[in-house]
Ligand binder design. Structure first.
Ligand SMILES: [Fe+2]
Ligand SMILES: [Fe+2]
Length: 314
C-alpha cells in the first residue's frame, strides 16, 4: 500500500474525508464499505448548537484537538506504510506466508488493549465491560484467521515464524504504550492495519478468485464460520445486529471472502472506538438505539493520565 506525498498532504488538510471503498465479487452479497476516517470529538456546547440550528463556534481547545488528531493520524499512516513496504518486499511472491505474518501481528493490538483495560479495571480507574468483550471477540476472530493460514501452510518456514513473532512482541509493547497515552491514536493505528488487511485480501481474491473456487475450505474455517455458537463471531461486529451475517463456506474462495469481510468489520469497530462513548457490544440492549433513552452515559477514558487524574478527584 503505497502512500504518495499528495495523499499525505490531502490527509493533513482534511483527514476526515479519507475513505477506502471496495466492491464485492459475488452477486447478491451485501456491499462492504471500509471507511477509515473519523471526526474529532465534538464540543458538547457545539452539539447543542447544532441541534438548535445555530452555527457551532470552534474554541481554541477544539482547534488544538483537531491538530493533535491530524498529527496522530499522520504518524500512524507513516508507521503502517513503512512496515507494509518491508512486508511487501519480503513477501511479494508468497501469499500464505505473508498472510500468516499479517495474522500473527493482527491479533496483537487486541491483547494490548485488553492488558491496559485490565490494569485500569484492577486499579478501579475505569471500567467498561463492552470494550473488554468486543476486543476479546476481535482477538478470537483474528486467531481463527491465523489458524486458517497455518492450515494452509503459511507458517512452514522458521524464518516467517521468527519474523512474525518478534514483530508481534515489538508491536505489543508499542501498542500498550500508545494505548495508555492516547487510546484514540492506538485505535486509529489499528484501523490502519485492518484497512491494509482488507485491501490485501481484496486484491488476492480478485487476482486468484477462480483458482480459489476449485480448492477446499480448511476445516477450521468451516467450524468457525458455520459452527454452532456464533456469539463471539457476532460480538466483534459492532456495526451489525447479531445474526445478521451468516457466511456460507463451500470452498477456499468463500473463506478468503469472509476473512476480507471480517477485516472490514474490524475497521468499523476500530472507527467506533475512536468516537467518544459510541462503542457498545452488539448484544447489549441499547446497542442500536438512535436515542439511548434511559441509558446512563459513562465517562470516556482518555488514557492513563486521565485515569489517574479522575481517581484522585473522585
Ligand atoms: Fe485477520
Ligand atoms: Fe484484522
Amino acid at each position: 500500500m503505497g502512500l504518495s506525498l499528495s495523499l499525505i498532504i490531502s490527509i493533513l488538510l482534511n483527514p476526515y474525508k479519507r475513505s477506502v471503498k471496495a466492491t464485492l465479487l459475488q452477486e447478491n452479497e451485501e456491499k462492504v464499505v471500509v471507511e477509515d476516517s473519523f471526526p474529532p470529538r465534538s464540543n458538547p456546547d457545539n452539539e447543542e448548537k447544532k441541534g438548535s440550528g445555530k452555527k457551532p463556534s470552534q474554541t481554541s481547545s477544539d482547534i488544538l484537538e483537531s491538530w493533535v488528531i491530524k498529527l496522530e493520524q499522520s504518524v500512524n499512516i507513516f508507521l503502517t506504510d513503512s512496515v507494509i513496504k518491508v512486508l511487501d518486499t519480503l513477501y511479494h511472491d508468497r501469499d500464505y506466508a505473508r498472510f500468516f505474518v499479517l495474522e500473527t501481528i493482527a491479533r496483537v493490538p487486541y491483547f494490548a488493549f485488553m492488558s491496559v483495560l485490565h490494569m485500569y479495571e484492577s486499579f478501579g480507574w475505569w471500567r467498561r465491560a463492552d470494550y473488554l468483550k468486543v476486543h476479546f471477540a476481535e482477538s478470537w476472530n483474528e486467531m481463527h484467521h491465523l489458524l486458517i493460514m497455518e492450515e494452509l501452510g503459511g507458517n512452514a518456514w522458521w524464518f516467517d515464524r521468527f519474523l512474525a513473532q518478534h514483530i508481534a512482541i515489538a508491536y505489543y509493547i508499542m501498542t500498550v504504550l500508545m494505548y495508555a497515552v492516547s487510546p484514540r491514536m492506538a485505535y486509529h493505528f489499528s484501523e490502519c492495519v485492518e484497512s491494509h488487511a482488507f485491501s490485501t485480501y481484496d486484491k488476492f481474491i480478485k487476482a486468484e478468485g477462480e483458482e480459489l473456487k476449485k480448492l477446499p475450505a480448511p476445516e477450521v474455517a468451516v467450524k468457525y464460520y458455520t459452527g454452532g455458537d456464533l456469539y463471539l463471531f457476532d460480538e466483534f461486529q459492532t456495526s451489525r445486529a447479531p445474526h445478521s451475517r451468516r457466511p456460507k463456506i463451500e470452498n477456499l474462495y468463500d473463506v478468503f471472502l469472509n476473512i476480507r469481510d471480517d477485516e472490514a468489520e474490524h475497521c468499523k469497530t476500530m472507527r467506533a472506538c475512536q468516537m467518544h462513548g459510541s462503542l457498545r457490544s452488539p448484544h447489549s440492549d441499547d446497542a442500536f438505539e438512535e436515542e439511548p433513552g434511559c441509558a446512563v452515559s459513562q465517562a470516556d477514558c482518555e488514557g492513563i493520565v486521565d485515569c489517574i487524574k479522575k481517581s484522585m478527584t473522585d
